[in-house]
Design a protein around this ligand. Structure first.
Ligand SMILES: Nc1ncnc2c1ncn2[C@@H]1O[C@H](COP(=O)(O)OP(=O)(O)O)[C@@H](O)[C@H]1O
Ligand SMILES: [Mg+2]
Length: 287
């Protein structure tokens, strides 16, 4: 065992109930704070190793983009951050995901609690077939919210930059909205649960350019309070919105597992990457 007995004990003791986050709004002079970190993550689908030894520390209140060619494991890796791979019967995750130092895969950790603290927005907007109001109220109530619901609905819709467009039709179905509005409704629903981290898997790939820009602007607002990890196949989008970029690629050992080849500030990845493969990919010479 590489863990010291003390560390092991701490993890076991704390594992049943995740500690609440204490947010100290960071000042500019403070060193960056890690919100969530992958520690030697391997992910298997049956015998196939989809992710090989990925470690990455994600900074709090920053936008981290995960880029790389199709099939290199971006979605699989993203889903590790909130135990969404638990829903795939053949999937097996090795290694640790540390949320403020606590391993989300430790025995006794409640995956439902994990997904409350690490929310997710999907590629295709997926509002519930309910009213705009209930899309938020229902999710919040299910998660134990007992406060002023009208207030929470308005706050969440405002935070998702959707309030002005829907405030006069809160009883209408969420499905009656445009694609871009539906995606912002899904973001509002995620925010209403008050997560610490928001995962987004290609959240704009089903949207038109105007709706895409709106989501990108919204992300800049959200990062004041939230840590965001976004998977995108659109390199311009990664360059526009993110502070940090993780470049993934398949291993060349014949196993074709996804691995992290470079992780740095976005401007470094796009202007002076250290790895030739990153340079080829971001300059469009790949494949
Ligand atoms: N549910 C699954 N069952 C089996 N294999 C899967 C599953 N999901 C993804 N994979 C495989 O894992 C690899 C990585 O897929 P994915 O994470 O979706 O990549 P990306 O998001 O980068 O396109 C691919 O080879 C894919 O076929
Ligand atoms: Mg994907």
């Amino acid at each position: 065992m590489s863990n010291t007995p003390t560390l092991q004990k701490t993890i076991m003791t704390d594992s049943t109930r995740l500690k609440p986050l204490t947010t100290n709004a960071g000042t500019a002079s403070e060193p960056s704070e890690t919100a969530i970190a992958a520690n030697h993550i391997n992910i298997f689908y049956g015998a196939f190793k989809a992710i090989a030894d990925v470690s990455m520390a994600v900074e709090a209140r920053k936008i981290t983009a995960i880029i790389g060619p199709s099939g290199c494991g971006k979605s699989t890796m993203l889903r590790a951050f909130n135990r969404m791979n638990d829903f795939v019967p053949t999937a097996r995750v090795e290694g640790e995901i540390l949320l403020h130092g606590q391993n989300l895969y430790a025995p006794g950790v409640d995956p439902v609690e994990v997904r409350r603290r690490v929310g997710m927005v999907f590629q295709k907007p997926n509002p519930f077939p309910k009213s705009i109001y209930d899309n938020i109220a229902w999710a919040a109530r299910l998660n134990g919210y007992r406060g002023d619901m009208d207030k929470l609905v308005e706050e969440s819709l405002r935070a998702a930059a959707l309030w002005d467009e829907v405030k006069d039709k809160l009883k209408q179905s969420g499905l009656s909205l445009s694609g871009g509005q539906q995606q912002r409704l899904c973001i509002a629903r995620t925010i209403a649960i008050r997560p610490e981290i928001i995962l987004m898997d290609e959240p704009c790939s089903a949207l038109d350019p105007i709706a895409t820009i709106k989501i990108e602007e919204l992300m800049q607002e959200l990062k004041q309070r939230y840590t965001i990890i976004i998977v995108t196949h659109n390199m311009q989008q990664a360059a526009r919105v993110s502070d940090r970029t993780a470049m993934m690629m398949l291993t060349e050992d014949g196993k074709r597992s996804g691995t992290l080849i470079e992780f740095d500030d976005t401007n470094v990845i796009f202007t002076r990457p250290k790895d030739k493969r990153t340079e080829d990919y971001v300059s469009g010479r790949f494949g």
